[in-house]
Design a protein around this ligand. Structure first.
Ligand SMILES: [Fe+2]
Length: 188
């Protein structure tokens, strides 16, 4: 008899149309007020918080596993649609604490972009739409941006020990922002 793994096999149901995870064990909720400092137009964010009662910005639905090498963490990320001034709703974005860890995002619903940057200042945007899979390589910070009218929902999977690191993002943001220009999303 070998040593038993402390982690038991498990399953979860995901509605592939809506992207909903049916019985998550943990839900991380970020509201508009959690996004102070991230958007270009701070007054527009304050106005949104005042007028719309601090709406949910994005949610992460998880079935957490131990954060140890060998396990895979997976989640459903749901970013609501909207604008702060002319800037599309986005996630804070993060590096992984352990830089040598990548991540996969399979988009299930909505329209948007995955913005990625390195500490050297490289910046790349990949389109997100139902059926598109985006590969975030090790060392690249990543942020989702919802440019559509419905929630942007993705299934994500990454090494469980990766951890989150907001690094230089709170101070410096990303080299590019996604703004609505003449009704269309534009990287500026
Ligand atoms: Fe990540």
């Amino acid at each position: 008899m070998g040593e038993c793994s402390p982690v038991q096999p498990s399953g979860v149901e995901i509605n592939l149309q809506t992207g909903e995870m049916l019985e998550p064990d943990r839900i991380v909720v970020r509201r508009a007020s959690d996004m102070r400092g991230y958007y270009a137009d701070a007054d527009a964010l304050d106005q949104l918080i005042r007028e719309r009662g601090d709406p949910i910005h994005y949610e992460v639905f998880e079935k957490p596993v131990p954060e140890t090498p060998g396990n895979l963490m997976y989640c459903i990320s749901k970013l609501h649609p909207g604008l702060v001034g002319d800037e599309f709703f986005m996630t804070k974005g993060h590096y992984h604490q352990i830089r040598e860890t990548a991540e996969l995002y399979l988009c299930l619903r909505g329209q948007g972009l995955m913005l990625m940057k390195t500490e050297k200042g490289e910046c790349v945007a990949e389109a997100m739409a139902r059926g598109r899979l985006v590969y975030v390589p090790p060392s690249w910070a990543h942020r989702s941006v919802n440019t559509g009218a419905e929630p942007l929902v993705s299934f994500c999977v990454y090494p469980a020990e990766a951890g989150h690191n907001y690094g230089d993002i709170e101070d410096q943001g990303f080299p590019k922002r996604v703004l609505r220009v003449k009704g269309e999303p534009q990287l500026v």
